[in-house]
Design a binder for this molecule. Structure first.
Ligand code: FES
Length: 183
């Protein structure tokens, strides 16, 4: 076998190796790029800014706190029941509401409203909150998170795409609520 043939064969294998590596790199890159662009390609771009109706205002009697559910706008139809999200709606009076995230501000367990005691209670570690969402006792370091809301065409709607988290605005709300004795 001549030297020229050896070089040609070596060159061929080299090219095949480069092509194979290119294919593997492409196969790995496609899902990563898809994930990075998913908020645009799957139409979720502004979902977190959208407003979701919870129901007619008349379904929430004054002075009461009721459970409501909504479809999280930040998910896809294929997400099924996992996209159904609960929240607590407190109608103070007239068009004055508070809409609380159902998740405890400690580690996120769903809190439950007990009208008898006027407290939200967390089943996980005993966290308790006053009717206005302020922290009453237990491990949570702040009050319940609240959704922004507005009344539109007789419906109470909330900005629900983004779960309330301890960002700068939530932190200031929490500080205000973290006082015992609020109404
Ligand atoms: S998750 Fe609610 S008190 Fe810990």
């Amino acid at each position: 076998m001549s030297n020229e043939t050896m070089l040609t064969r070596r060159g061929l294998f080299m090219k095949l190796g480069i092509m194979f590596n290119g294919l593997v790199a492409t196969a790995l890159a496609v899902p990563i790029v898809q994930f990075l662009l998913s908020s645009i390609t799957r139409g979720r771009g502004n979902a977190y800014l959208s407003w979701v109706a919870l129901g007619p205002v008349s379904e929430f009697p004054e002075g009461e706190t009721r459970l409501a559910t909504f479809r999280n706008p930040y998910v896809m139809p294929t997400d099924g029941k996992t996209a159904d999200t609960a929240c607590w709606v407190r109608r103070i009076a007239g068009d004055q509401f508070q809409v609380f995230a159902v998740n405890c501000a400690h580690l996120g367990c769903p809190v439950r409203w007990f009208p008898q005691s006027g407290l939200f209670m967390c089943p996980c570690h005993g966290g308790a909150y006053y009717r206005d969402g302020g922290r009453a006792s237990g491990p949570p370091e702040r009050g319940l998170f609240e959704y922004p809301y507005k009344i539109e065409n007789g419906q109470i709607t909330i900005q629900a795409g983004e779960l309330p988290t301890p960002g700068p605005s939530a932190a200031s709300v929490g500080a205000a609520y973290d006082r015992p004795g609020r109404a």
